[in-house]
Design a binder for this molecule. Structure first.
Ligand code: NAD
Length: 317
């Protein structure tokens, strides 16, 4: 059976890359990119696009009705740093958007739904190193507890209504095709752009702030592999931990210097994103994803840095 896929929040950092990957697999016409904002060039010119506000249930219903999707990827959300500036809006978008899609997954008998969670579900009392799949979770950002509540809703809709919803707790994602949308790990993308454009960068996180990160190629492959995994192999419908690469601004800068020897990094004081970063894990244990659906990361720090710089240099020349 051919798939018909809706990607909601398609213009963002992940959506841009996911839509391209899905269109490569299923054919352009089968993947409908949806977003509240005007589509970017790469999305608009490669297949169908619909304006969708995931909070407008009537509008969303029309789109489901028109396209009769077999799979839905819900990416529209407010990220951690922006969410702290607009906490009620973040809660509303992240919760109501998810519940609207889960309700329509039941009504339209959608075969599979993907909804991303985040390492932000962990908090100051979670183990900081090799944070396990199951442990104390006391997130203290609106983004974090909206993701944790979202995970519980995914488990609930799966258990009560049989919705085949799948999720990953993405680490901070690094890619060269699209800009990040206001998260705490954005520095790890901005640093590459600045390194090429100006040879220097001021990090909003302190030099020894370790966080789990992942190259976008790995994140997209993980998403597609999880969606292809047999349902019976999945032991959780909350987000799967993915370890990725743990590094600090200092180690990332040292890696960039191997390619751009004159690159200089400095560090800002008192950025509000520091407190968010300090409440998150420094490294993640992803044994459950390895065991359940064979997850294996490909890009380490050196390989990611080389690929980012090579591609961004092409973009800027
Ligand atoms: P992003 O901010 O780059 O993109 C979100 C997209 O959603 C934007 O194109 C925006 O226009 C759209 N949108 C916003 N409100 C909408 C609405 N009401 N209706 C329809 N569309 C709307 O986000 P991203 O980085 O691509 O993240 C996608 C998902 O992955 C989010 O759920 C995020 O929490 C999760 N995630 C991302 C990261 C990361 O590092 N990027 C890490 C962990 C989890």
């Amino acid at each position: 059976m051919s798939e018909k896929i809706l990607v909601i929040g398609a213009n963002g950092q992940i959506g841009t890359e996911l839509v391209t990957a899905l269109r490569g697999i299923h054919g352009s016409a089968q993947v409908v990119a949806c977003d509240i904002n005007n589509p970017i060039y790469a999305i608009r010119n490669s297949g169908p696009f619909e304006f969708v506000n995931v909070l407008d249930k009537e509008n969303l219903h029309q789109i489901f009705n028109k396209h009769q999707p077999t799979q839905v990827y819900l990416l529209a959300a407010m990220l951690s740093a922006v969410g702290e500036q607009k906490p009620k809006l973040a809660w509303d978008l992240n919760m109501t958007g998810l519940l609207n899609v889960l309700d329509f997954a039941v009504e339209f008998k959608i075969a599979k739904v993907f909804w991303p969670s985040s390492i932000a579900v962990f908090g100051p009392h979670s183990p900081q190193y090799n944070t396990p799949q199951f442990c104390v979770m006391d997130p203290n950002t609106v983004y974090g507890f909206s993701k944790l509540a979202g995970e519980r809703w995914c488990e609930y809709y799966h258990a009560k209504y049989g919705v085949d919803v799948r999720s990953i707790r993405y680490p901070g994602l690094i890619g060269w095709r699209a800009n990040p949308g206001g998260g705490t790990t954005d520095y790890a993308v901005h640093i590459f752009h600045s390194a090429i454009k100006t040879g220097k960068y001021e990090s909003f996180l302190s030099e020894d702030t370790a966080l789990p990160m992942m190259y976008m190629d790995d994140a997209i492959r993980a998403t597609l592999e999880l969606m292809d995994a047999p349902a019976e192999s999945l032991s959780t419908r909350a987000g799967y931990n993915l370890g990725g690469i743990s590094f600090t601004p200092r180690t990332l800068a040292a890696e960039i210097k191997k390619h751009i020897p004159d690159f200089e990094i400095s560090y800002a004081d008192n950025d509000p994103r520091q407190a968010i970063a300090d409440s998150w894990p420094k490294s993640i244990d992803d044994t459950t994803a390895q065991n359940d659906w064979g997850w294996e990361m490909e890009f380490d720090l050196a390989k990611m840095t080389e690929d980012m710089l090579m591609n961004l240099k092409k973009v800027y020349t």
